[in-house]
Design a protein around this ligand. Structure first.
Ligand code: DGL
Length: 253
């Protein structure tokens, strides 16, 4: 591989929501690593996630020498980014995080943060921040996005109705997992409340840090998907999801 790569890491499909926002601003050569063998990250311990990310980064660093890494995963960022930065001082890591500061800056008073159990553990408690830890929502979204059966649709609908019960009395909803951002249009059909995620902020930061590595806008971005297990059917599915978002067939804004 002689290209210069920006590496995206998530446990699965969620990071595509971050990647799509970035590619609408700037084109890069991206290598997207989906760690589906260890998914969902949100139900692992902090130490397990840290060790796993350390292994992935050591391997990718040796094999492809990326110019930067993006944790397109709130769970990876909140549990591990400081640890990883300490272990790889020569590398640049940017990570997506729940948009907690942004939501208060925008003047909302009673936001509800929904995220994986591990992310919720890492978020410093603030008096007016309500948190809802969701055990299997990310996993159910992964199944739904990669295989739209009636049963998989039913499972995400059940999760959304559970969130709806808890959001009563709140004035906004923070989507604290990149998987959730991917089905924002579906959540919005059932819950009418302002929703925020960290994807725009992280895309801006990537463009600021790595702008010089961006390809001219006339060129197409090149994105390669790699997986830690069963990559054959998933590669095409992930590509299709990214292209649908880029073509505005799925609207995440
Ligand atoms: N997409 C991820 C996040 O933003 C992780 C989901 C999971 O593997 O639990 O937290």
């Amino acid at each position: 591989m002689n290209k210069e790569y920006l590496v995206f890491i998530d446990s699965g499909v969620g990071g595509i929501s971050t990647l799509a926002v970035l590619l609408k601003q700037n084109k890069f050569n991206v290598l997207y690593f989906a760690d589906n063998k260890y998914a969902p990250y949100g139900n692992l311990s902090r130490k397990q996630i840290q060790n796993r990310l350390k292994t992935i980064i050591s391997r990718l660093k040796t094999n492809i020498k990326p110019f930067g890494f993006v944790f397109a995963c709130n769970t990876a960022t909140t549990s591990s980014i400081s640890f990883i930065r300490k272990n790889f001082p020569g590398e640049i890591f940017i990570g997506t995080e729940p948009a907690v500061n942004l939501v208060f800056k925008l003047g909302y008073k009673k936001p509800l943060l929904i995220a994986t159990p591990q992310t919720i553990k890492q978020i410093k408690s603030r008096k007016t921040l309500f948190c809802l830890s969701l055990e299997s929502f990310a996993k159910n979204i992964e199944s739904f996005m990669t295989n739209k059966t009636v049963y998989n649709s039913y499972k995400i609908l059940k999760d959304i109705l559970y969130i709806k019960r808890h959001v009563k009395g709140c004035d906004s909803l923070i989507l604290g997992c990149t998987h959730y951002a991917l089905i924002k249009p579906i959540i919005e059909k059932h819950i009418q409340i302002p929703m925020l995620d960290g994807n725009n902020g992280v895309a801006r930061e990537i463009s600021r840090k790595f702008g010089s590595k961006a390809k001219p806008n006339t060129n197409k971005a090149s994105v390669q998907f790699i997986f830690s297990k069963d990559s054959a059917p998933l590669k095409e599915i992930y590509k299709k999801i990214l292209n649908q978002i880029l073509a505005n067939q799925i609207n995440l804004c």
